[in-house]
Structures are given as structure tokens and as C-alpha cells.
Design a protein around this ligand. Structure first.
Ligand SMILES: C[S@@+](CC[C@H](N)C(=O)[O-])C[C@H]1O[C@@H](n2cnc3c(N)ncnc32)[C@H](O)[C@@H]1O
Length: 337
């Protein structure tokens, strides 16, 4: 279509030129008459060939545009780079296997308050949820054994763990073969992130930025969010954004957050403010959550003395050497309206 008009205007120019002299007209007439059959037969071929060449060019251009667009989209929207500012420090810890936060056993607050969170179902709505099975979110999950504990509870429908570092998720999969977490990686997408997914028996591990999480990536909101060594792991300036991410992903009404923070209660100013883990006392939990219009209540369930004889003295040594003289784990239950 595009080539035909161009061919017509070339013919018009040739006709105008012939007015200059009779000789020219005769010459042109002779030439045209002589070559006309050849032109008539060859023109469709030329047009078709040109059109084909043009359409091939167009297709090639379109294909390469799509290819480059999808490549750049993947780069822009793929899982947050492990070397990005937000994750580089954590990537280093996983690569060097410096996992001071990791516990070999299930966290005592999770096992102790599991029934409190799941059995205490006063409302009809809660009873219905229990019958369907609970959806758990484990924030900044690392390779915590708590995920295996949750995935193997009868009343669990599904557990989703999110971490930005692939090594963490691969190690968890290798250490919990019974959960049959396959090596195949799928992808799910939130508004701002593409997550790699490792799927297993009642569990999905998402690799990507926690702060971009939404229900289009996770397949729906959560009945319970287990947050241990997670909120304390992020930079204090990101806490409001962290709570917004929790807000986007918790079921309302009736969702529950079981949150464990660390409070460095006494010590030098420098020792207390150093992190991660960053100190989050009760007042800060209340400031962050009680101000939310979707929060029904914030309850402090328990304090655990981290420097007591019952705890591993090796763990305390690091904090004592940093100037901390008393430190507690605080366990909270937060209910959504
Ligand atoms: C202190 S570890 C806690 C792991 C786990 N909650 C536990 O109890 O063992 C913090 C984890 O958060 C991950 N992380 C930090 N920032 C993240 C982010 N923006 N998105 C996803 N994961 C992140 C790190 O890779 C690390 O595994």
C-alpha cells in the first residue's frame, strides 16, 4: 500500500518532462512503447517484492522491539538485584554464611502462641477461616525452620515465605526435603516486582523485594503473618513502608500478626542504636501499628531476657561487646479490624 502512491508520482513527473520538445515526446513514446510490456509484467513483481521486503523489515523491527522491550522489562521488573543497595549486605551474609540470627529450632514464641493464634476463634468468621485452613506469610523468611513447622500443621492451607536472596531459599528447600520444594522456578508478578517462585507441599518461597509484595503476587491476603527477626532487620527509615506492606497483605478484618522484636534496653547509646538487628521497643511497635486505622489492638504477650542463663551465652557476647547491657525479645499479637 505504501509503495503504490510513490510509483504513481514518478510516472506523473515523467509525463510533465515530455512537454519540453516534440523530439523528446517522440523519444519517450518510442521508449515507453518499446518497454511497456516488460514494465507491465515486471511491475507487480517489483511491488510484491518491495512489499515483502518492507513487511519483513517491519516484522523484524517489531520482533526486535518486543525482544528488547521484554528484556528491559525483565531487567526493570525482575527480582530486586541481590547486589542492590537494599540487599547487598544480606547477600554478603548469605554468601559468607554468617547467619547469626538463624535458629536450629522453632522459635519458642511461635510454638507457644500457635494455639493462641489459631484455636482462639471467637467469631464465626474465624471459625470459617479455620475450616478452610490458614494462609501464613513469613516475612523476610531466610531459611527459618518456622516455615516447615507451619507448613506441616494440619490447619495450614498454605505458607508463603519471602526473601530477596536465592541462597536462603535454596538452602531451605535442601534442608526440608519432605516439603518437596521443586528445583523448577516459576514467576509471579506484583505491581512493581517479578518474583521467582519455588513451590512445594503447602509452601511457596518467593525471591524478591518484600516491600513490593501484594496479593497479585501471593494469590491473596493472609490470615496470619509471622514476623521474627524481620522488622528489626530493616533500616529504621523503612519501618513505615514496611507496615504499609503488611497492611496490603493482611486479611481485614480478622488478620493477625505475631511479631517478635528485640529491645536493647540498657547500654551505651551507640550499642543500642547499632543494627541490624535494630532495637524496637514496645513504644515503637505501638507508634507504628496503633496509629493505623485497620489495627484493632496491639498486645504484648511476652518478654524473653536474651542475656538470661537459659540463653546461649555466645549469642549475648556480640551485643555485650557492642555496649549493650540488657536485651529482650518482645512478642506481640496485633489484630486487624
Ligand atoms: C535477619 S534475617 C531473618 C530471617 C528469618 N526471619 C529468621 O528468623 O531466620 C533477614 C532476612 O531478610 C532478608 N531481606 C532483607 N531485606 C529484604 C528485602 N527488602 N526483601 C526481601 N528480603 C530481604 C535477608 O536476605 C535475610 O535473609
Amino acid at each position: 500500500m505504501y509503495i503504490l502512491p510513490r510509483t504513481k508520482s514518478a510516472a506523473t513527473i515523467t509525463t510533465t518532462t515530455t512537454t519540453r520538445s516534440r523530439l523528446a515526446i517522440v523519444s519517450i513514446f518510442v521508449v515507453v512503447a518499446w518497454t511497456w510490456p516488460a514494465v507491465c509484467f515486471s511491475l507487480p513483481t517489483i511491488i510484491t517484492a518491495n512489499r515483502d521486503t518492507h513487511s519483513q523489515d517491519t516484522d523484524a523491527t517489531t520482533t526486535s522491539t518486543i525482544a528488547s522491550r521484554s528484556t528491559s522489562a525483565n531487567m526493570a521488573n525482575g527480582p530486586l538485584e541481590e547486589t542492590s543497595d537494599r540487599l547487598a549486605r544480606w547477600n554478603g551474609r548469605w554468601v559468607e554464611h554468617k547467619l547469626g540470627w538463624h535458629r536450629a529450632d522453632v522459635h519458642p514464641c511461635l510454638s507457644k502462641y500457635f494455639s493462641h493464634v489459631t484455636d482462639n476463634c471467637p467469631s464465626e468468621q474465624d471459625k470459617e477461616r479455620r475450616a478452610e485452613g490458614l494462609r501464613w506469610l513469613v516475612t523476610l523468611c531466610g531459611k527459618t525452620v518456622d516455615m516447615a513447622y507451619l507448613a506441616t500443621r494440619e490447619m495450614t492451607a498454605h505458607v508463603v515465605g519471602v526473601d530477596g536472596i536465592r541462597i536462603a531459599l535454596d538452602e531451605f528447600a535442601a534442608e526440608h526435603k519432605d516439603l518437596q520444594i521443586g528445583p523448577k522456578t516459576d514467576q509471579v508478578t506484583s505491581a512493581n516486582e517479578n518474583y521467582e517462585v519455588l513451590a512445594g507441599n503447602k509452601i511457596s518461597l518467593l525471591k524478591g523485594d518484600f516491600f513490593a509484595l501484594d496479593e497479585s503476587a501471593t494469590g491473596g491476603r493472609f490470615d496470619v503473618i509471622w514476623d521474627r527477626a524481620s522488622m528489626v532487620a530493616i533500616q529504621p527509615a523503612l519501618r513505615e513502608e514496611y507496615v504499609q506492606t503488611i497492611s496490603r497483605n493482611i486479611k481485614k478484618p480478622g488478620g493477625k500478626i505475631l511479631l517478635v522484636t528485640i529491645e536493647k534496653r540498657t547500654g551505651t547509646e551507640e550499642g543500642i542504636s547499632k543494627g541490624p538487628p535494630f532495637s524496637i521497643p514496645e513504644s515503637e511497635v505501638r507508634r507504628l501499628y496503633e496509629g493505623q486505622d485497620w489495627v484493632e489492638s496491639v498486645t504484648l504477650l511476652e518478654e524473653i531476657d536474651e542475656f538470661s542463663d537459659a540463653n546461649d551465652p555466645e549469642k549475648s557476647k556480640r551485643f555485650i561487646s557492642e555496649g549493650v547491657t540488657s536485651m529482650y525479645e518482645l512478642c506481640f499479637l496485633i489484630l486487624a479490624k
